[in-house]
Design a protein around this ligand. Structure first.
Ligand code: ANZ
Length: 807
């Protein structure tokens, strides 16, 4: 037989599949719709990276399995082509983003996505930069605006000095820009927000009922950040009737309060700051332009010269402003309890504020407040706490909350960390936010029949750094008339966040050709929610939170019947190199095209799936890739030799039949559980077993090919054809195993000791005699009977009984 040479047939099958429309489901007629979604890529200039490849191949294996199990699988693909990443590439190359993006999309689709062997349905491709798509992104914004879920407000925002735009909280990682790693600054700007924060309770509660990867759910829970605490007021000393309100999750530590801290720009600052401190406070406020994110806060602050009155002791507590207190969270002010909170302790040590221990693990133990280097953050027993001394933290917390509530000086409250979603971007490459500002009527949405607001095709598209989008410089774009009164008005010039584009793309695929609706109601009822979405866990708090929020909001607006977009979500593992993230800056890129070109798509697919459990992170090295190529080659040889032999129709021996069914069972179960690596290992064992046999049967060969088809779609299709099948292997049905065939026959053998039955054992029928005898004298009961004797002889009456003769 000729050697396995993928180059001879991979292209041929790609063309044929396309011609036969093999992967196009009839969306109207499908009887068992199964929507298999993967996260569409940013078409960057570098091409698909190995992480995309890994994610998509694993998702495709799932889709292929579902299809062979009888589902009508819809597996669409598209391009998330607006946004800062695409625009930044354009800046780097000095090419207009429209031109570069179109070029990249073409490259991604033709050179990469089509070659990887996925069963994509290209008829339903979407591209977020297409006016026929972003018309509806803008339409969604208008619906949200009309429903009161989009709001313009001045707010301190995360400003990336390099990308010259604001960022959402979710895009700031450890105080740095998610994309370019620059330290993020803070600016006050008028911005559009979507009311994500008000959805926090539902976004959190629904997680309990979602079949999603646990890891992703727990990241979302943390990000939503629910906490239960007490909000209470303290009067300002010398300013009767002026109160400062703080939020605490540890009311039991109130006697340990040694300072109060306000967010640097808290509204009370101007009012309470003592004259002698006004200059230093103002100077401090001006230096604070770093980050409101919770992950990384510096420890700086300034004293206001004002004091709050402790509600229980009446003591005067100094009020500071400090940048570790967040503007938008809780009351924007805290009671500082250094002995029991790490950040407060760090601040107290730095500013030489007192530390007072009020909770200990037991009443006797004494922690030295003067020398403690770590806060005692556990609940415990109260000390030095007035009438609450001796109570447990839980008791004290209830009693203190009641005290405040009784006097109407405070109330228990639940807080969520989740903020509103800032969607304005002072950039060019995105859908213009469809709003018109009229001096008379304020912010008016662009009428729906005038959508899309086209992104003007201009030469000056580079970010300006002035806090406004390049669109602001284009008179013909900016100047318009008010849709309400027809008087001169101005357009909004910011574009919307790229994550808004991807927050609804899955709704568009089935309805991609619909000119009249963003999504066709009938089609949507049939195909949605998505049955399975697979993608990286790195999107847990960005895309995956936004996509849930938008579905919920659209549901509330009566535009969608469901409120959770994905019935199931699985996070594929992250591919690393020597434990580090793969990135261009680290110089550890892996070029998937290289492997596809030299070893074929099948080998690369199989190798990626063989590296480890699909959902686990893992290091990439191509050390083992030769083994996979050899496996494909041996499969090739075996199948072609078989097709020339004559024993093909022989029936299977009992052992061969057992092995066949065990293989079907294992491969099916492992594939369903995304343990592609062990499914492949089982196929490798099976191939070895078949190679060792004198003859193989058609059934064995067909089963091997069918089980391998989701992983290696090209070679299996080619061999399927060469072994005389007229229709595609990819529409063959997945085999089921026969539970009886995999049962090993067993024997129940009584064990006698000196002629009397003392125990029984179960052994596989083909167990050798020596092993049976050994097992017979090893059971606990038999061991007891022979404990003080010595064995003279063991007699095995084949298939009947064992007799242990003692002396
Ligand atoms: C006193 C205290 C004592 C606190 C103690 C903790 C431990 P979570 O669970 O994240 O909601 N806090 C409140 N508002 C804040 C703000 N705007 N910026 C920064 N920190 C703020 O955290 C709630 C706790 O975080 C609150 O409870 C408060 O510190 C702080 F032993 O109050 B705690």
């Amino acid at each position: 037989a000729p050697k396995y040479d993928f180059a001879r047939f991979e292209a041929k099958w790609r063309a044929r599949w396309e011609e036969q429309k093999l992967y196009q489901v009839d969306l109207q007629q499908a009887q068992r719709p199964y929507y298999n979604l993967m996260m569409f890529p940013y078409p960057s200039a570098e091409g698909l990276h190995v992480g995309n490849f890994y994610s998509y191949v694993g998702s495709d294996v799932h889709g292929r399995l579902m299809a062979m199990q009888g589902h009508d699988v819809f597996e669409p693909m598209g391009f998330d082509a607006f946004g800062i990443h695409s625009e930044n590439f354009a800046i780097k190359r000095g090419i207009h983003p429209r031109i570069l993006t179109a070029h990249n999309v073409e490259h991604f689709r033709e050179q990469q996505l089509k070659r990887m062997g996925n069963r994509f349905d290209w008829l339903h491709e979407v591209n977020t930069t297409d006016p026929a798509y972003y018309r509806w992104t803008q339409w969604i914004f208008v619906q949200l605006f009309k429903g009161g879920l989009a709001e313009r407000k001045a707010a301190p925002v995360n400003w990336c000095p390099k990308d010259k735009t604001v960022l959402a909280d979710e895009q700031v990682i450890n105080g740095r820009c998610e994309r370019c790693d620059s330290v993020v600054e803070r600016r006050w700007l008028e911005q559009w927000f979507l009311k994500l924060a008000s959805y926090a309770p539902r976004l959190l509660d629904n997680l309990d009922n979602l079949d999603w990867t646990e890891r992703v759910k727990s990241i979302q829970r943390n990000w939503i950040g629910r906490s239960e605490g007490l909000e209470f007021q303290m009067e300002i000393a010398g300013k009767a009737g002026t109160f400062v309100e703080v939020y605490t999750t540890r009311p039991d530590t109130i006697f340990g309060m040694t300072f109060v801290a306000l967010a640097p720009h808290h509204a009370l600052v101007a009012e309470i700051t003592a004259p002698a401190y006004q200059d230093s406070v103002r100077a401090y406020q001006e230096t604070v332009n770093s980050l409101r994110t919770r992950q990384e806060q510096t420890m700086t602050g300034a004293f206001t010269g004002a004091y709050a009155i402790h509600p229980f002791s009446g003591e005067h507590i100094p009020i500071w402003i400090a940048d570790f207190v967040l503007e938008g969270y809780g009351a924007g002010a805290i009671m500082g309890v250094p002995a029991h909170d790490e950040r407060d302790l760090a601040f107290a040590r730095q500013e030489q504020l007192p530390v007072r221990v009020v909770v200990q693990s037991s009443a006797e133990q004494v922690i030295d407040a003067g020398t403690m280097t770590e806060a005692f953050t556990q609940p415990g027993v109260l000390v030095n706490s007035g009438v609450y001394t001796g109570m447990s933290s839980a008791q004290a917390r209830a009693a203190i909350c009641e005290w405040f509530e009784g006097r109407q000086l405070g109330k228990r409250s639940v807080k969520y960390r989740l903020r509103d979603w800032l969607i304005s971007r002072q950039r060019y490459w995105g859908p213009p936010i469809p709003i018109i500002y009229c001096p008379e009527h304020g912010a008016v949405p662009v009428p729906e029949d005038q959508l899309p607001v086209l992104l003007p095709d201009v030469e000056q598209w580079m970010p300006t750094g002035t806090g406004v989008s390049p669109l602001a410089a284009i008179e013909s774009f900016v100047n318009t008339t008010c849709p309400v009164c027809g008087q001169p008005a101005r357009r909004e010039t910011d574009v919307s966040d790229n994550f808004l584009d991807s927050a609804w793309y899955y709704l568009r695929y089935p309805s991609s050709a619909d000119q009249n609706h963003a999504w066709d109601p009938e089609m949507t009822r049939r195909w949605l929610p998505v049955d399975m979405c697979i993608g990286g866990a790195d999107h847990s708090v960005l895309h995956l939170m936004y996509v849930r929020f938008i579905a919920m909001a659209l549901h509330d607006l009566g535009l969608l019947e469901f409120s959770e977009p994905f019935r199931r979500f699985r996070a594929n593992g992250m591919i690393t190199r020597d434990g580090a993230k793969i990135s261009k800056s680290r110089g550890n890129m892996i070029n998937p095209d290289h492997y596809v070109k030299h070893l074929g798509a099948d080998a690369f697919r199989m190798y990626l799936m063989f590296m480890g459990p699909y959902e686990a992170d893992g290091d990439f090295s191509d050390r083992g890739i030769g083994g996979v190529v050899r496996f494909l080659d041996r499969t090739w040889q075996l199948v072609l030799q078989h097709s020339q032999s004559t024993a093909a129709r022989q029936s299977l021996t009992r052992d061969a039949r057992r092995m066949l069914h065990v293989t079907i069972k294992r491969v099916t179960e492992d594939m369903q559980a995304f343990k592609y690596n062990t499914a492949i290992a089982t196929l490798m064992e099976y191939l070895n077993a078949l190679v060792r046999k004198a003859h193989t049967t058609d059934q064995e060969i067909e089963t091997l090919l069918v089980l391998l088809a989701p992983i290696a779609p090209f070679i299996t299709e080619e061999l399927w054809e060469q072994t005389g099948h007229a229709s595609s292997i990819h529409i063959a049905s997945w085999p089921t195993y026969d539970p009886e065939a995999i049962q090993q026959e067993t024997l129940w053998l009584p064990i006698q000791v000196d002629g009397r039955v003392r125990d029984r054992i179960e052994v596989p029928a083909d167990t050798p005699e020596a092993a049976i005898k050994q097992q017979a004298i090893s059971t606990t009961r038999i061991q007891n009977f022979i404990a003080n004797r010595s064995i003279q002889n063991i007699i095995y009456v084949a298939g009947r009984l064992i007799n242990v003769v003692t002396r």
